[in-house]
Every structure is written in C-alpha cells, then in structure tokens.
Design a protein around this ligand. Structure first.
Ligand code: CP
Length: 336
C-alpha cells in the first residue's frame, strides 16, 4: 500500500503542485465551468457562509422528519471513490443516494482501480465524470479533492483529503449539536489529534461563524496547526489551550473527541509516544454539565471508555446516524 500511496503522491505533484498548494485557501462551495454549465462542488467547509450552513441543516431536519421526495434522484448515479478506508462516510453517502431513489457505483481502494496501473487521478476523474452525476472522493493527500474538482465535469464532494478537510462530517457534527442546543456561543472542548485530525479542522472553522469558545486539549506535538489557530483568532474566535480536560470540564457544552490519526504519522515510534494519552470515562464526565454532550466522528480506538456509551452525554452513535439525512441534503443541493 505504501508504494501505491507514494505513487499517488508523485502523480498529484505531476498534475499541478501549484493548484495543490492553493487548495486549503480556495473557496469551498466552489463552482467550475464545464461546457458553459456551472458545476457545484463541496470541497471545504470554509467557503460555506452561516446562512448556507443553516439552510442545509434545516433541509436535513426536514429530511429526517421524512418530508422529502423519495424519487428526487431517480435515474442519477453517484460515484464514490475511496482511496482511504471508510465505513461511515462511504456507506452513509450510498445510503443517502438510495433513499433518494438514485444508485451508486464505487471504487473502494487504490488497488481496485486503474490508478494501480499508473493512471493519474486527473484522468480517473475525467473518466468517472462520464459515468456519474456526482463524485464523492476520499484521498490521503491534502488538496486531492480540489484537484479532482478541477478535472471533473460533475460536482465533487470532498469526503476527506489527508489532514485537510472533511466538510460533510462537519455538517453532521453541527446538525448533531443543534439537536441538543443552539449553536450560537457554545463552549466546546476539542480533544485529541488536532494536528492531523481533519474533522477538528473543519469543525473549528465552522464554529467560528457561531461565536463558539474553543478549548483545545491535545498531546504534545499534535496541537491545532498555528496557521489555523491564527486564522480563527483573527476572525474573533476565543481559543484557549489546556493540558487536561479536567481544567474545563465544568464549563463546556460539547466535548468533541478525536482519534490519533496513526496513518498520518511518519513512523510507529512517534505514534506510540502519544497513543492512549487521553481517555473519556464516566468518572471524568461526573464533573461535566448535565446537558454536555460527547461527540466523536468515529472510529474510536480507546479514546472513549465503552462505559460512557450508555450515559445521556454520549451522542456519537446518533452523530454517525445523522450522516444520512445530512448527506441527503448535500446530494440534493449539488445534484438537483
Ligand atoms: N467519521 C468518518 O469519516 O468515518 P469513516 O472513516 O468510517 O468514514
């Protein structure tokens, strides 16, 4: 697998390094022009404004209440290209498509498609654009989804690009928080691998639109990237770094836990230096606000004690279930 991923990396560089370098700062709900037609892509959460997010979450709520057209996407095809493992994102996009009457075609690994034979990502995307009405892509390289959007003639949705962005996860995270409380002014603890965790990056950016107070707790070396910290602070977000969740457990409304992204570490030794350095337990949560909720994008390894699962604070399985209505709303937005 390593050999193939190195090849992918080289192939991306060959396509256009400048474009990759600009990806993180490019507009999210981007539009490409293909044959005079406007193509809508969802690449990063940072390009959604608050009104667009609220509208999408309202649509997801209506879908959740079964108020939607079950034939809305009949005859449409979604292509899911996953060059990294996934359970929730891929299956919930495919479930979302099926619930709207559409069908899905997929590539589940680099080995299973012609990238393994040397085809570039750009060519793969051009070809798949001819088979499907939208493309959902997960890729180990930051910027790959933006690159894909530049070669696609159908909408592209980023399902996670390396340590970059995971916008559909953020939308379902916000949806889940909104089921328990208003988003405005919440106090949230982001715990874990904030350096490589793309879900943490996307969520922190989105919450800057809702005047949230951010408390970060991470093992040494896995802090929120300085560039993101600076960008959010300049937008007026209050960010406080802590060594231990106990320092803020009494004041936060949301405890957002992330897995250490082992696959992004340069070697096993540096991973094992920080592995198992934090764990949410019922004893710890005894000090939390009564209404505080615990979220995790999942999969978890050992960050949350399974005894937490039965507590009213635990919302992470509802959170993963919310992926379906939220992704249905996203598919309707880009495909209708
Ligand atoms: N939260 C998330 O992205 O899960 P998967 O990796 O299973 O898709």
């Amino acid at each position: 697998m390593d050999g193939i991923l190195s090849f992918l990396s080289a192939e991306l560089r060959a396509d256009d390094t400048r474009k990759i370098g600009n990806i993180a700062r490019a507009n999210l709900y981007s539009r490409g022009i293909h044959g005079g037609m406007v193509t809508r892509h969802i690449i990063s959460i940072g390009d959604f404004d608050r009104r667009q997010i609220d509208r999408l979450l309202d649509n997801a709520k209506r879908i959740d209440a079964q108020k939607y057209d079950k034939n809305a996407l009949v005859g449409k095809i979604l292509a899911t290209l996953f060059f990294e493992p996934s359970t929730r994102t891929r299956m919930s996009f495919e479930a979302a498509m099926a619930r709207l009457g559409g069908t899905s075609i997929s590539v589940g690994s680099v080995e299973a498609c012609s990238i393994a034979k040397g085809e570039t990502l750009a060519d793969t995307i051009r070809v798949v654009s001819g088979y499907a009405d939208a493309i959902v892509i997960r890729h180990p390289k930051e910027g790959a989804a933006r690159l894909a959007a530049q070669f696609a003639s159908v909408p592209v949705i980023n399902a996670g690009d390396g340590a970059g962005q995971h916008p559909s996860q953020t939308l379902l995270d916000l949806y889940t928080i909104r089921q328990s409380m208003k988003l405005d002014g919440i106090s949230i603890a982001l715990i874990g691998d904030l350096r490589y965790g793309r879900t943490a990056h996307s969520l922190a950016s989105a919450l800057s639109l809702y005047h949230a107070k951010l408390h970060t707790i991470s093992p040494k070396g896995l802090e929120l990237p300085t560039s993101l910290n600076t960008e959010l602070s300049e937008k007026g977000m209050e960010i406080t770094e802590h060594e231990d969740l106990r320092d803020v457990i009494k004041e936060v409304d949301v405890i957002y836990v992330t897995r250490i992204q082992r696959e992004r570490f340069p070697d096993s030794a540096s991973y094992f230096n920080v592995a198992s350095s934090y764990r949410i337990t019922p004893e710890l949560l005894a000090g939390a606000k009564k209404h505080a909720i615990v979220l995790h994008p999942l999969p978890r390894v050992d960050e949350i004690d399974p005894r937490v699962d039965i507590l009213p604070h635990a919302k992470y399985f509802e959170q993963s279930k919310n992926g379906v209505p939220v992704r249905m709303a996203m598919l309707l937005q880009v495909m209708q």
